[in-house]
Write a protein that binds this ligand. Structure first.
Ligand code: BTN
Length: 239
């Protein structure tokens, strides 16, 4: 584990190290990111030392069809490490860790997985951002929360990092059995059963009931006119 005082994005830094031949298991933690990245080309901006921002290098030796499961598996593992810390912590498809409230889910952690081609084969950078100490005004988006607002006392970022890394280490082998992963993931995903609106990257938003996760890790939405698998997009839990 390497800790740097400042990075543009730990994902970008770790991707560069992967291209230079870094081995699986390298973790880069930044005390501050100056251009943190989120899913769907969004930025992920937090004040120095307020969040836990890090990336983990993996080199999965699995068939290409299993790669789309990596973001879901990363979310599953981060969720497992945070789940017991407060009531209502859930896993929102594809890989947001949220706290469910009467006003809808508040985001506690987000994950950005990026594939990198390296001289020794394809690698993946698992980027994790966990809101730890932020006050409501310091959160990266409005519908968000931080661990400090959920637990008693002041959470310790080093302890949180240790449990998340241990969880990743224990659960990453599930990438070799995507059938078991699908069942495990679906069992923890709070999106299933919800009425959702999905803003897809291109085309009209989709509304319906989220009913399942399919064999490719896609969210299956029953629109009333049939079941539609969704591979990417922003999911809004309507109720
Ligand atoms: C999202 O919810 O949209 C994903 C947010 C991911 C943020 C983390 S912070 C560490 C790593 N480095 C980045 O630039 N992004 C990820």
């Amino acid at each position: 584990v390497e800790i740097v005082e400042e990075a543009g994005s730990t994902n970008a830094l770790l991707a560069a190290r992967a291209r230079e031949g870094a081995e699986a298991g390298l973790v880069i933690v930044a005390e501050h990111q100056t251009s943190g990245r989120g899913r769907l080309d969004r930025s992920w901006e937090v004040p120095p030392r307020a969040a836990l921002t890090f990336s983990v290098l993996v080199r999965p030796e699995v068939e290409p069809a299993s790669w789309p499961w990596l973001p879901l598996l990363a979310g599953y593992a981060v969720h497992a490490a945070l789940d017991d810390r407060a009531d209502g912590i859930g896993l929102k498809w594809p890989n947001d860790i949220v706290v469910e409230t009467v006003d809808g889910p508040l985001k506690l952690a987000g994950i950005l997985v990026e594939r990198v081609d390296t001289p020794t084969g394809p690698a993946a950078v698992l980027g994790v951002g966990i809101n730890v100490h932020q006050t409501p005004a310091e959160l990266p988006i409005e519908a968000a929360t931080s661990l400090e607002q959920l637990v008693e006392g002041v959470p310790d970022r080093t302890e949180v990092l240790g449990t998340v890394l241990a969880s990743l280490e224990t659960l990453l082998p599930l990438i070799e059995d995507t059938d078991a992963l699908r069942r495990a993931y679906a069992g923890e995903c709070v999106t299933i059963g919800k009425t959702v609106r999905v803003d897809v990257p291109a085309g009209e938003p989709l509304t319906g009931t989220a009913v399942d996760i399919d064999a490719g890790g896609r969210l299956v939405v029953d629109t009333g006119a049939g079941e539609v698998p969704v591979g990417a997009g922003d999911v809004i839990h309507v109720r």
